[in-house]
Structures are given as structure tokens and as C-alpha cells.
Ligand binder design. Structure first.
Ligand SMILES: [Zn+2]
Length: 235
């Protein structure tokens, strides 16, 4: 499982839920261990800067991370349930919403004011142990998605046995990767679909894929073996 690279580049709340892929070995959990969580935090470092200590995920101890694994997975369970309902226009269970509220309250945010020599700055800061801060930031990201009208456009990947969620920028997008979206000839071993692009992990490049698949088709192969693991039972 540890050789699976998490899918990233969707809203943070979806990236979190997407750490539970279906794999050839069954349901996976990419943040179930200290090592797995450290990898995921590294991939999300830009978006989690306010929750991580100076020095990023590398400066978290194994004890910090062990506590964070529990807190992050709890937020993820609430997020998965709430998003699944909200994306269908249905009311999320009260337990899920109160769980997300609880996670945010465990490490309340303030905008910490300071003088930088020329102007007043306000930097968002949360108090609490690292695991609680991380869970709070993730719960806040889930709250942002749940309250965004676009939540009703969140889709599950159309590949068989793939449970990845995504927020389509293009209404015709059907896949968590670009697989199946391109119109070029089939590559060997596939049936009418092209291999996914190696750079699907970045949101900016998703736009390129959706608008003009051929733009990124020249460097498509490198990570396709890894991505295909998310689609083991796919077309
Ligand atoms: Zn998929």
C-alpha cells in the first residue's frame, strides 16, 4: 500500500476523503500510519502551512503524528459522510456536522496580530497540539466545501471500483484521472482510453488536461502504473 501515491490537487476536503482508495488489495488507507500521514502532509504542505510547525511535517515527532493519525482519520470519516450527502443535495447527519465542529473547536483559530516594521500583519494561528491543529484545519476545509454551492457538483470517478471524488472544472469530466477523457488512439493494453497524465496531481495541470488532453500526452507514461492501481477493475 505504501507505494501508492495519494491523489492530490482537488479541494483539500476531497483530497482528504480520497486517502481511502480502493486498491487491488481492497480498501486502502493512505494515512493510517505515521509514515503514510507524513507523506500526505508533505504533499499538502503548501495548504497546511498554518497547521504545521515551522519546518513542516518533517519537524513533527512520531508521537505527534500518531496522535494526528487518529484525529485526521476521525475528521475524514465525518467528512466522507457529510460530503456524500451534501453532494446529493441531502442533509448530512448531525453526528458528522457536530464532529467537524468539535474538531475545529479543539484548536480554535485566531488572526494573530503583529507589527512587521512597516505594517500590521494578521497571521491565522491555531492553539493546541499538532494533531488537533491539523484536524481543525482539515475540518475547516471540509466546512468550506460543504457550504460552497459547488458541493452539489462533486462526483465520484466513473471507473469501476474507483471511489475517488473530484470537483469537475469541466462538466464532462468523468474520471479522477484523465483516463477516458482523451480522444486519441488507445494505448497498448487499454480499451479505448489513454493513459492518465503524469502531472494530474496538480490542479493547474488538470485544467490543461481537460481543455486540451494532447498538451500533456507527451509525458504521460511515467506514473501511469501507479495511477492504474486506482483503476484496477476499470475499463
Ligand atoms: Zn478513478
Amino acid at each position: 500500500m505504501s507505494d501508492l501515491v495519494p491523489l492530490t490537487g482537488e479541494p483539500l476536503a476531497l483530497d482528504l476523503v480520497n486517502t481511502r482508495p480502493h486498491t487491488p488489495d481492497g480498501p486502502g488507507d493512505l494515512v493510517a500510519t505515521v509514515e503514510g500521514l507524513r507523506v500526505w502532509l508533505g504533499l499538502q504542505a503548501d495548504r497546511l502551512a498554518g497547521a504545521l510547525p515551522e519546518g513542516g511535517e518533517a519537524s513533527l515527532t512520531d508521537d505527534d503524528l500518531a496522535a494526528a493519525v487518529t484525529a485526521v482519520r476521525e475528521v475524514r470519516e465525518h467528512a466522507a459522510v457529510a460530503i456524500d450527502q451534501a453532494r446529493r443535495g441531502l442533509r448530512p447527519p448531525g453526528d458528522a456536522l457536530s464532529g467537524l465542529n468539535r474538531a475545529q473547536r479543539a484548536a480554535p483559530a485566531v488572526r494573530a496580530l503583529a507589527w512587521d516594521g512597516a505594517a500590521v500583519t494578521a497571521v491565522p494561528r491555531r492553539d493546541g497540539p499538532p494533531g488537533a491543529r491539523l484536524a481543525a484545519v482539515l475540518a475547516e476545509a471540509v466546512a468550506e466545501l460543504l457550504t460552497d454551492p459547488a458541493v452539489t457538483t462533486v462526483r465520484e470517478c466513473a471507473a469501476d471500483d474507483c471511489v475517488m471524488l473530484f470537483l469537475p472544472a469541466h462538466p464532462r469530466r468523468r474520471w479522477c484521472s484523465a483516463r477516458g477523457a482523451a480522444t486519441g488512439p488507445a494505448s497498448p493494453g487499454t480499451t479505448g482510453v489513454t493513459a492518465p497524465p503524469t502531472r494530474l496531481y496538480r490542479e493547474r495541470n488538470w485544467r490543461e488536461v481537460e481543455i486540451a488532453p494532447e498538451v500533456v500526452m507527451t509525458n504521460v507514461r511515467i506514473e501511469s502504473a501507479n495511477l492504474d492501481r486506482f483503476h484496477s477493475a476499470g475499463p
